[in-house]
Design a protein around this ligand. Sequence first.
Ligand SMILES: [Zn+2]
Ligand SMILES: [Zn+2]
Length: 232
Amino acid sequence: MSRDNVSTADHRPTHTVEDYLMTMHVMERDYGEIVAARLAEMLGVAPATVAMTFKRMERDNWITGKGRKAVHLTDTGREAAHSVTRRHMLTEWLLLKILKVDLPLIHDEAHGIEHAISPHLEERMRDILGDPHVCPHGNPLPGYEDEVSGWIPLTELALDEKVVIRRVHEFAEENPGLLNFLIENGVLPGAEVQVLEILPFNQTLTIEVEGRRVILGFLAARYIFAERHSSG
Ligand SMILES: [Zn+2]
Ligand SMILES: [Zn+2]
């Protein structure tokens, strides 16, 4: 009678599997593989829980890679991962633009809603929201990765360089402490920033954001992407 026993790849994945698939999509996109230990960390669950979910996901043909530390999405799994990622990102826009939900809340709120969005509703949302290619944090909807590939992590900037913030990576969205810090300090897509100081021995980067000095550790700065001003 358990729902899991009737779940197959012909049906929509369970909520838990959709949550896994969305994080897996980001890992595969950025690293080319999905490492179980890292996924457990990202999802805030025990490695044993991930191992059990992997078993079910393999049985249902979402992933392959039995008994290995890294797994891969099947074509069906990737399609489902792209679908839930799109629904998540469109829901973020719906919450922000239409429902006027505060920016710090939209990622978590979207997680609660994204699973219930039907294909019909997704299409309506895309039309009403003007067919966005990135989420409000600047992360690409599946298929639009090329449009963000020219944006560079803050850790690659030179001293004094002036850039425009374009993207706060999904892994930063998942970190409420970091996300709130960035929002409070205006380190968000559209903000103009200048690099004031780079201290490699300290692993910190100081930037000016609209008259305010903000110190970021390299670990956090890696997840923030900016666009260089065109020199033309
Ligand atoms: Zn999000
Ligand atoms: Zn987002």
